[in-house]
Write a protein that binds this ligand. Structure first.
Ligand code: GRG
Length: 274
């Protein structure tokens, strides 16, 4: 048995140390202050944890793993900064603090997001290169770009909002799951995982991402207009759906034998307070 909360915390501390070293090289200016502010506000650091725990499945741990963990958190943070902008979701608060544009203004927030995406690439490209590492970097940017997170967000802001569960699932897979897939599958690629192992990691991340989004919808279901699992299924059936996604996620990792952290992560997500 692992101590899940301690493992999550230890992974978060490790990721925050790597991020702190990375930003310590930035010159002092308003955009960089906005980058540091957004990176340092207290997130759950789930995506770095997915990286570190996937690496453990393969018994590998080195500086490139830290770079993958930091880069996915940077990409995640940029997406939150841009998602909060008035032209997107228009949120005044993020992680319990004023959102980036509320504190620094819209122009600086746009550049902070852009800067973070580039910074993620710089951090990754500063690693020790191997064929697998190169493929892993490619996978991260495929998942976070137009064939992944950006593509999902594009559907979310378009006039053609999903009006059935299947389309919502497709949106969620891109907007939410793909960055989790980036974290896990890219790490698996770097660690030399087999096709079956990479497939298992992708299936876990896809289903966990959907369960995570559905839980988030339950936590934030006051807006009747918002397209969400709760809107299509109601609260009760959304909880049933979360259990289904969690079962599929847990099932997929059987190929690794014991994957305690990931099983507990599914349970932790399902028990977030609605
Ligand atoms: C702007 C390209 C672009 C994409 C935005 C991330 C995103 C896509 C939108 C944010 C809104 C949202 C509900 C996204 C779904 C994923 C999600 C629940 C993000 C929040 O992730 P957490 O809970 O955040 O891991 P912390 O703050 O803990 O890191």
């Amino acid at each position: 048995m692992i101590n899940f909360k301690k493992t999550l915390r230890d992974n978060a501390i490790r990721a925050e140390q790597v991020l702190t070293v990375a930003v310590s090289k930035l010159p002092d200016n308003e955009v960089n202050r906005a980058i540091i502010y957004s990176l340092k506000t207290k997130g759950k650091r789930l995506r770095p944890a997915l990286v570190y725990e996937t690496a453990k499945l393969f018994g590998k741990d080195d500086g490139n793993i830290d770079r993958i963990a930091a880069a996915v958190e940077m990409i995640h943070t940029y997406s939150l900064i841009h998602d909060d902008l008035p032209c997107m979701d228009d949120d005044d608060f993020r992680r319990g603090m004023p959102s980036c544009h509320k504190k620094f203004g819209e122009a600086v927030a746009v550049l902070a997001g852009d800067g973070l995406l580039n910074f993620a690439a710089e951090v990754l490209l500063g690693g020790v290169c191997s064929e697998n590492y190169f493929k892993a970097i490619g996978y991260i940017f495929e998942c976070s770009g137009i064939f992944g997170m950006v593509g999902g967000q594009a559907i979310d802001i378009s006039d053609k909002k999903p009006n059935d569960l299947e389309t919502l699932d497709f949106l969620t897979e891109n907007k939410t799951s793909k960055l989790m897939m980036a974290a896990m599958v890219a790490t698996g690629i770097y660690c030399g995982g087999s096709a079956a192992q990479l497939d298992a990691l992708a299936t876990f991340a896809e289903n966990f991402g959907k369960a995570f989004q559905a839980s988030d919808d339950l936590l934030d279901c006051n807006d009747d207009d918002k397209v969400s699992y709760v809107k299509f299924l109601g609260k009760h059936d959304t909880k049933v759906k979360i259990a289904e996604y969690n079962d599929a996620a847990k099932d997929s990792l059987k190929i690794f034998g014991s994957a305690d952290f990931f099983e507990e992560l599914c349970d932790f997500n399902a028990s977030r307070q609605y």
